[in-house]
Every structure is written in C-alpha cells, then in structure tokens.
Design a protein around this ligand. Structure first.
Ligand code: SAM
Length: 199
C-alpha cells in the first residue's frame, strides 16, 4: 500500500504517510523551494500536542536554502521551524549532518534543477549515487528512500540509469524497490522510485 499512492506522480503527504510516523527523523536531500520539506515536517509533527521529529533539509544551492527558509517562515511558528535543520551542503555528505546512530525513516530526493532558479545547477550522477549509498547507510529498517527523476535535461538519462542500477543491486532479502512512471509521456515520464528497507 505504500506504493499505490505514487501511481500518478510526485511526493505527497498522503502517499508516504504509511511509512513516516510522528517523532521520526527524515531527510529532504534536495530541499529546493521547501515544498517537500514542509510536507515532511507535517508528517513527523503531531499538531494536537506539538510532539514531533525533525527534518534535515539539504541543498547545494544557497538560493534554495533561502527559499526553503522563507517558505518555512511564512508557514510555521518559531517552535515548529526549529524542527527543520537546513544545510547548504551536497547530499552525498548527509552522514556529516544527521546525528550519529539516529534512526532515519525516510530520505527523499527530487532530482534535477531548482524550479524558477539557476537551471545549470542540477543533480549529477556521481553525487546522486554517493548520496544514495549514504541514504542506504543511514536508513532504519522499515524506512523508505524516494526519488523523483527528470530526464529532459542534459545528464538526466544517465542519472536515471544510475538510480536504476543502484536499486537493482540492493539485496532482495532486505529491500523492496519499485518504479512508477507515466507510460503515455515517453519524453517526460517523470519516474518515481521507492526503495523500502525491510530489514
Ligand atoms: N523538492 C524541492 C521542492 O519541493 O521545491 C525541489 C527540488 S529541485 C527539483 C532539485 C534541487 O536539488 C535544486 O534545488 C538543486 O539545487 C538541488 N541539488 C542539486 N545538486 C545537489 C546536490 N549535490 N546536493 C543537494 N542538492 C542538490
């Protein structure tokens, strides 16, 4: 049931709510304009009593960190905002900022470039692969790696190949790896991947 909600598209709260629980630690590996960061924060926070976990939100672009910070300022109170930790670093370095021995329930990637931003700053195969390996190491059993991949820009198809090869190599005894995509948009299928760690 974790995967069913993804049939038509992007990372949305309802679709990963089966996995993320209040109080969890989650990582937004490409926070961009902060939309996914905000959605993930809502999933780890209990509105009724303020109990909540943390979102570690990363982006290689300072503009993206500022954009995410501004969205959070507009939407959240100061106590809630404290639950989001923003880092202007490459996602391949996520282990440097996620507290050691923390149990990370989800690492979300929305690859490509910042909408409305500098289109020359994009995720690239090498660091995406390093980040996936880091995500594999920090993720707790029962946790989820999600990716939305775009192939329309230079390097997009190579990055897609890297993501698929990474998932194909994960042991079937420990991982369930799925891909969904729009079959009637061959030039822009927007594949969505979910890799669930069973053990
Ligand atoms: N999830 C975002 C949102 O809700 O607005 C959109 C993300 S956007 C499609 C991709 C982001 O990845 C861009 O903001 C870009 O700066 C960032 N990025 C590119 N390379 C990166 C890297 N190596 N590490 C972390 N972020 C990176």
């Amino acid at each position: 049931d974790v995967f069913v909600g993804y049939l038509f598209g992007r990372t949305k709260a309802t679709e990963v709510a089966h996995v993320i629980q209040k109080g969890d630690i989650v990582v937004d590996a490409t926070c961009g304009n902060g939309n996914d960061t905000l959605a993930m924060l809502k999933m780890v926070t209990d509105d009724s009593d303020g109990y909540g976990g943390h979102v570690y939100a990363l982006d290689i672009q300072k503009d993206a960190i500022e954009s995410t910070s501004s969205l959070l300022d507009q939407t959240l109170g100061s106590k809630e905002k404290e639950r989001v930790k923003l880092f202007n670093i490459c996602h391949s370095k996520m282990e440097e900022i996620v507290p050691e021995n923390s149990r990370v329930r989800m690492v979300a990637f929305n690859l490509g470039y910042l909408p409305g931003g500098n289109k020359s700053i994009i995720t690239v195969s090498d660091t995406t692969l390093s980040a996936l390996k880091a995500a594999e190491r920090v993720l707790m059993p029962g946790g989820l790696i999600s990716l939305v991949v775009y192939i329309g820009h230079p390097g997009g198809r190579e990055e897609l190949d890297v993501v698929e090869a990474f998932a194909s190599g994960l042991p079937v005894s420990d991982w369930v790896c799925c891909k969904f995509q729009m079959l009637n948009r061959p030039l822009a299928p927007v594949p969505v991947f979910m890799f669930k760690r069973e053990k």
